[in-house]
Write a protein of this length. Sequence first.
Length: 293
Amino acid sequence: MAWNIKGVWHESCASEGHCSFYFGRDREEPCKQFVLFDIREGQIDGVDVSGIQVVTIADLYSNKVADLMAKGAEGAIYISDTSTDEQRKVLEPFFINNVPGIGLIRKCLGVKYVNMELEEDGTTRRLKMPQAEWEASLTVGGDRETPQRIENSVFSRAFPVVNICNTHFWRYNDFDKNWEFKNRSGARAEFNLKGYMTVFITSAPVTMATKAESMIQETGGHEGFLSVGCLGGLPTRKLVRGEHLRRACRQGARPAHPPGNKRRSRALWRGRYRAFSHTYAGGDNAAGIRSAS
C-alpha cells in the first residue's frame, strides 16, 4: 500500500482554552476528540480519494501526554457515503489501522458510511451528520487578519503549523456516548501525507535494524514488528502475531521476500522525514499469507 493525500485536518476536543497536549502538558482527566479529514486530492493504493471526508471520534484512555500516541483511545470512524466501493476498500483499513500514524484510535468501535454536510463560511467550517454536529472558526490574531498559530508543537512532525480555532460547539451521540461541548479548543492544519508499505515475511527469525532509531529489534519465529513508512506523518510500530498477521495482509499489506542480511534489512531512509519499512517475522510463509488474503 502506498498513499499520497493532501487536504485539511480539523481537530476539536473537550478542553476549555487551547488543549494542553499541544504544549506537552498533562490534563486533569482524559480528553475527548473530534477530527475531520477533508481530503482534497490524492490516492491510496492507486485509488483516487479526492473529495472524501472522514471523521474520527476518540475517547482517550489517559490524561498524560506520554500516553497519547501509545495508549490512544477507543472510538469510531465515519466515512462520507459519497465514497465508492473501491474507495471504501482502501479508506477503511487506512484509518482503522492508523496507517499514517497520526490517529488516536486504538480500539475501533465501528465504521459507518454516513451523509455528511460540510459548509464553508469565511473562516468558519460546519459539519452535520446523523451522529454528530460541529462548528469551528479560525481565531484571528492581533493584526485582525492573520490566524493565531502554534509552531513546533508536539505534533509538528505531522503538522508543522497549526492554526488555532474556536470550536463554537460539537455534539456526538453514538456507541453509548452522548457528549455536547461549547466554546472549546480547536485546531486546523493542512496535511500532505505520503508513505508506502512493504512487508517481509519469513518462517525463520529475522533481525531488523532501523536506521531511524539506531537500534536493533530481534524477533522470534511467530511474531514481528510492523513499522509504517511515512513521509509526512508519525511512524508507527506494532507487534503482530498469527491471525493479526493474516488480517494485516488482507487489509492492504503486501508480502515481499525477506532481506538476506542485516545491512539489507535496514529500514529505508528517504527525504526529510523518517521512512520505515514494514517488517513481519512470523510463522506463516508468504504463500500462506497470499492464499489468506
